[in-house]
Write a protein that binds this ligand. Structure first.
Ligand code: TA6
Length: 285
């Protein structure tokens, strides 16, 4: 029987929290970016992809795990790509073990540097909770200012897969998507496939995704469920683009698929004192 814990550690030079649930599941979340870098369900293998060439350096995004994209997705606005919280230090609010879970909650608020980019006082929280086979990643945001604010959010989850050409993503049939590979294309399409197979570069934003999605591999599967995150981004750079990503090994694209719970098409609008949350949950099957 393993011992459950929620302890402070250093991971690749960054302060981090290492969780182990009573059933033996484990997760590691950095204070830098509130970035989840590892999740192993009880008795199982690592389920998050981390690039072997990841650069662990303040100011540089971490390649792999679960980047938190807030308050902007991609380059849809004036802020740095995917917003600014993924490259800032968060604070630890709580880390504890319960009867059948372990949880860590991190928070970040605006400061002078953030307000110079984005003049909206806010408090954001990210909590990572693990049980035996389940991971919940929940992002919350409160408008602590005196004027309305708007933001997008994506939990940019890099799923680790043995061989991406052998996986299928099920549950997207009939869903409308926009192909983000072609930045000029405004055309929307409906996915008519029984399941999605990956054999080329893909960057799609699916709207109003139904729950759950199933990422099926030959030897294991992953159930993906979201709440309050209506959009799903599916991303794999494939060979040519992967070769241009400096912090990713050339074969990295074969071992990952990003399936990102997101709220992008319709940004979240918060009046003063209003708050909002969205969650992505993974179940190892
Ligand atoms: O979510 C897909 C995406 O926006 C892609 O277009 C791709 O650029 C990816 O995110 C990674 O972005 P990053 O800034 O982490 O290199």
């Amino acid at each position: 029987m393993s011992t459950a814990f929620a302890k402070d550690i250093t991971y690749q030079g960054f302060p981090a929290i290492h969780l182990r649930s009573p059933a033996g599941a484990e997760a590691i979340v950095l204070l830098y970016g509130a970035h989840l870098v590892s999740w192993k369900p009880a008795g199982g293998e690592e389920r998050l992809f981390m690039s072997e060439k990841c650069i662990f350096k303040a100011g540089t995004p971490v390649r792999g795990g679960v980047p938190v994209c807030f308050p902007q997705f991609g380059q849809n606005g004036p802020l740095p790509q995917h917003g600014f919280v993924r490259t800032r230090m968060w604070q630890k609010s709580e880390a504890k073990v319960g009867e059948d879970f372990a949880v860590a909650t991190l928070s970040i608020t605006d400061d002078d540097e953030i307000r110079a980019m984005w003049p909206f006082p806010f408090k954001a929280e990210l909590s990572v909770s693990i049980t035996d086979t389940r991971l919940d990643i929940e992002f919350g945001c409160e408008n602590t200012g005196t004027k309305p604010l708007e933001f997008s959010l994506a939990l940019h989850t890099y799923m680790q897969v043995k061989e991406v050409e052998e996986v299928t993503l099920e549950g997207l049939r009939g869903q409308t998507y926009r192909n983000l590979l072609n930045k000029d294309a405004v055309e929307e399409k409906v996915d008519t496939g029984v399941s999605l197979s990956i054999d080329d570069a893909i960057t799609r934003m699916y709207y109003e995704t139904k729950n759950p999605l199933l990422l099926r591999e030959q030897h294991r599967s992953l159930g993906i469920h979201t709440e309050n995150l209506p959009d799903t981004v599916v991303w794999n750079p494939w060979e040519t683009a992967c070769a241009t990503i400096g912090d990713m090994e050339p074969s990295g694209f074969r071992h990952m698929l990003c399936v990102e719970g997101a709220a992008v098409k319709d940004p979240i609008h918060l009046e003063p004192a209003q708050s909002w949350w969205g969650r992505q949950s993974l179940v190892a099957l």
